[in-house]
Design a protein around this ligand. Structure first.
Ligand code: ADP
Ligand code: MG
Length: 254
């Protein structure tokens, strides 16, 4: 089973857009994916129409009250299983600390013999906090969206440093893929970002697929939809389809 964490310490780079459309694309291919929303802002949960009022009915309950993931999981209208977020998640850092048992809790739940079978996509918040560490420890692949602007590349370099610093714990290089998002060929900045990425990261860890700037991708969440439902013929749909193909080709997904 594939577990993908979508992470970047910078906000607004396309993490939620990427998590949403990877989940939707996987569902379209006939599997039943599980989305886990680890951002207290709960944008992913909101798009899927699953935002419970009680914190205990969300991943907060999983971390703070030891509730099984199966208890908090909801099935969205589009057939994606989603473990929703809650604002209270922001308190978990102070409550739980960052001990090894704490940061491996999600890993144990997702890898238990009775765990959900489908591919898992985790939408992280823009901080390397206890929740993001749980995602990093749980996953087989970290997808790092990098929007085509200068600050996003700086954010991605911080991710690279943070992941490398964790390597002694894992005793292996954590599998990762950097994905350029909001790419616009007409903008000089986009070409500069591509060049800077090529200088800064391992070439095999930069996705060939680039997610282009596309208004349909920005519009669809407001309708409670992923891009495949909102605008199946759009560039946004084609690009996320290509990203899925690339991840399948690399052996991260079936
Ligand atoms: P994050 O989760 O990293 O904070 P989001 O996925 O919420 O980032 O994206 C930030 C903003 O950029 C949102 O308004 C989203 O609709 C928009 N956006 C993301 N990707 C694209 C894209 N490829 N084209 C146009 N707008 C995009
Ligand atoms: Mg987000």
């Amino acid at each position: 089973m594939a577990i993908i964490a979508v992470f970047n310490q910078k906000g607004g780079v396309g993490k939620t857009t990427t998590a949403l459309n990877l989940l939707a694309g996987i569902a379209q291919r006939g599997q039943r994916p599980v989305g886990i929303d680890l951002d207290p802002q709960g944008h992913l949960s909101h798009v899927f129409g699953t935002q419970p009022r009680a914190a205990d009915d969300t991943v907060y309950g999983f971390f703070a009250r030891q509730r099984p993931l199966a208890d908090i999981a909801r099935v969205s209208r589009s057939g994606v299983v989603i473990c929703p977020a809650h604002m209270e998640l922001a308190k978990l850092d102070a409550m739980l600390g960052k001990g090894f048992n704490v940061v491996t809790r999600l890993r144990h739940a997702l890898r238990a013999p009775d765990a959900v079978g489908g591919p898992v996509v985790i939408d992280c918040c823009p901080l390397l906090n206890v929740l993001s560490l749980n995602a990093v420890f749980a996953c087989d692949l970290i997808v790092v969206p990098v929007s085509a602007d200068y600050l996003a590349v700086q954010g991605a370099k911080e991710v690279e440093r943070a992941l490398n610093a964790l390597e002694p714990v894992f005793k292996q290089r954590l599998p990762r893929r950097y994905v350029i998002t909001r790419f616009d060929m007409r903008r000089k900045m986009s070409a500069e970002v591509v060049a800077e990425m090529a200088r800064s990261f391992r070439p095999e860890e930069i996705c060939v697929t680039r997610i282009r700037e596309n208004v349909k991708l920005a519009e669809s969440p407001a309708e409670g939809l992923d891009v495949f439902r909102h605008a199946p013929e759009s560039r946004g749909a084609r690009d996320y389809e290509a990203l899925l193909d690339e991840l399948v080709g690399a052996g991260f997904l079936r």
